[in-house]
Design a protein around this ligand. Structure first.
Ligand code: ACM
Length: 529
């Protein structure tokens, strides 16, 4: 890391009165030098982080202690993470006498200022303590601890240690409450195991919302028991999730502090539904299944009552499957409808979502229908000017920020990228990092922004290797914009911490794009993008 980032780290701790007497700072002064933060390559960058001269080595004597019942599953997750590579037993236990040789996860005594997701992490010579007010905070603290350990900790079989955690005191909490990543499983279907792997990637970078784009022209991917042909016909050759599989995904995400946000895209992007049931079409005839990549040509028939019976049934089942507060109803690119027809449909669609106790989310075109203030609008236009968004913010809507030229993970890195689309231009890793979700659209104040979300559309992505190539390394860029304080987001510092993730992805066998913008270990920077 650069000396600038080291100075920033120490300054931010000193500025909040968080100097630890008797630990690194004072010893460092006696020794005539600041402790090194070279090993502190955590992404997203913690809000406050100060290196100390302490160090703790995890050994076969180490115990993982937890207190508070919500801490048990996090302690188990940590043990599951550390056991394969270390080969240690790492028993998970309630606090016992000595308190030494422990990694301690505690929900006791956390200051309320840490919020629901914040945590403190401290390393001494005898152990590590992570303290949080809620299990989510502990879980994010565990992800930080993971990155403090050598990359080989990611291995699924025993590796040589030592498993040393460098001395550090961290106080961390996210900038935004909503940090999202999306996956389009409609254009290409990804099975349950692949989606779980995807969720694991999000969790490692403290993403807390996973938006699943479950339906589109090319496929309907969730079994709806009251309209089964949506999946059995509309799933085409790709397939669909049974409700049991979908519940499993919801639970898998929740175990990782991630809320699943299901999207049923209406009234456009609906060819798969229109092919499954003739009565959703104005002429009563089912369409043909479609596997091309055009958009804007399909629409539910807004004048038929069957359309609303269908949507009510779908949302009832989706709401029952997902405990999170949001249901996303798309609303983008409904180009077959007039403004009046669009509003006629959306008025009822939004009311149906609310009727099932959920908060509607829509792509920002939903604002054209003047939905109630509780409706969240997701911006995806690359433009920094939007009178629609400005007016929505003024009217009290909360907004998600997914500008197509910065946050869309399916956009090509450069002209040489084989996968992906390029409608907003190219999005290098640096482009994905150097924007501010709280100040992207002129006239929209950060107070209206729930957070950033990075969509990953799958028109060109056929395999999970393809998905990984577009996700990495831009996922950590968006994750850091969502988590870290705005004044701590510095490209040069980030690119060095990002580079340190490379060996982890190599061990995890992640097919990542080795962008020449990033100083990967052992590689030369070539000045490209
Ligand atoms: C979108 O990219 N149509 C939301």
């Amino acid at each position: 890391m650069t000396s600038v980032s080291r100075r920033q780290a120490l300054r931010s701790i000193a500025g909040t009165g968080l100097l630890w007497a008797g630990t690194g700072a004072s010893r460092a002064q006696r020794d005539g030098g600041a402790p090194s933060d070279d090993a502190l390559t955590v992404v997203p960058r913690p809000a406050e982080m100060a290196p100390t001269r302490a160090a703790y080595e995890i050994t076969d004597e180490t115990t993982i202690m937890f207190d508070g019942s919500g801490a048990f599953h996090v302690a188990t997750a940590l043990a599951d993470l550390l056991r394969p590579a270390t080969g240690f037993e790492l028993p998970v236990d309630r606090p016992t006498g000595s308190g030494t040789d422990t990694i301690s996860l505690t929900l006791d005594g956390a200051p309320p200022t840490l919020g629901d997701e914040g945590y403190r992490l401290g390393v001494t010579d005898s152990g590590v303590t992570i303290r949080a007010a809620e299990p989510a905070g502990l879980f994010w603290g565990v992800q930080t601890l993971r990155q403090l350990l050598p990359p080989s900790v990611e291995a699924d079989s025993e590796r040589a240690g030592p498993w040393t955690v460098p001395g550090v005191q961290i106080r961390d909490a996210p900038r935004f409450d909503y940090r999202g990543v999306h996956l389009d499983v409609a254009r290409h279907f990804f099975d349950v195991d692949a989606v779980k792997q995807y969720i694991d990637y999000l969790a490692a970078y403290k993403i807390n919302h996973f938006h699943m784009h479950l339906t589109d022209d090319q496929g309907w991917r969730l079994m709806i028991e009251s309209w089964p042909r949506l999946a059995t016909v509309g799933g085409g050759e790709g397939g669909y999730y049974t409700q049991a599989e979908f519940r499993d995904l919801v639970r898998y995400a929740a175990d990782r502090s991630i809320t699943l946000v299901p999207e049923i895209d209406v009234p456009g992007h609906t060819n798969a539904a229109l092919a499954s049931y003739g009565e959703l079409n104005c002429d009563g005839q089912p369409t043909d299944l479609y596997t091309g990549t055009e958009v804007g040509f399909s629409s539910l028939c807004v004048d038929r009552e069957e359309t609303y019976e269908f949507f009510d049934d779908v949302i009832r089942e989706v709401a029952a499957l997902t405990p999170g507060p949001y249901v996303h109803i798309g609303g983008d690119e409904a180009e077959e409808l007039s403004e009046a027809e669009y509003a006629q449909f959306m008025d009822r669609a939004v009311a149906i979502v609310q009727n099932y106790g959920k908060r509607p989310v829509g792509w920002y075109q939903v604002l054209n229908a003047d939905p109630p203030e509780s409706t969240v609008a997701q911006y995806w236009n690359p433009s920094r000017e939007s009178s629609l968004l400005e007016a929505a913010a003024d009217a009290g809507h909360e907004l998600l920020m997914s500008p197509g030229s910065r946050a869309f993970l399916d956009i090509k890195y450069n002209e040489g990228t084989e996968l992906g689309l390029s409608w907003p231009g190219f999005t290098s890793v640096r482009d994905a990092y150097t924007w501010d979700p709280g100040a992207y659209v002129d006239g929209v104040d950060e107070s209206a922004v729930m957070g950033p979300e990075a969509p990953l559309w799958s028109e060109t992505l056929e395999t999970f290797d393809d998905v990984e190539f577009m996700l990495f390394p831009r996922l950590p860029a968006i994750a850091e914009l969502g988590w870290s304080p705005a004044d701590e987001t510095d490209w040069s510092d980030f690119s060095e911490r990002l580079a340190a993730q490379g060996p982890r992805w190599d061990i995890l066998d992640v097919n990542f794009y080795r962008s020449p913008q990033v100083p990967w270990p052992g590689g030369e920077r070539s000045g490209g993008i």
